[in-house]
Design a protein around this ligand. Structure first.
Ligand code: GTP
Ligand code: MG
Length: 60
């Protein structure tokens, strides 16, 4: 069984939390492509409103 880590990132709105989390997943080899919030293709912001506006709304 692989090790799991629960990581919380706290910072101000638009500070770069999603971008950092995306980079961490990519560097750990958990996602093949590092998406970009600005391009609307981040792995973590999947909702249409999130992608359109480039902000995280939902947590999961
Ligand atoms: N120059 C620069 N821009 C960054 C960096 N990290 C993120 N950004 C930009 O900052 C903006 C916000 O990044 P997000 O990753 O969406 O920030 P967030 O904290 O998840 O935002 P919310 O979920 O809306 O609170 C985007 O335009 C990113 O491209 C960085 O290290 N350097
Ligand atoms: Mg975010």
């Amino acid at each position: 069984m692989s090790k799991q880590a629960v990581v919380g990132i706290l910072a101000h709105v638009d500070a770069g939390k999603t971008t950092l989390a995306e980079a961490m997943l990519f560097n750990a080899g958990r996602i093949r492509k590092r998406g970009r919030v600005d391009d609307g293709d981040s792995h973590l912001d999947t909702n249409a409103i999130e992608r359109e506006r480039g902000i995280t709304i939902f947590s999961s």
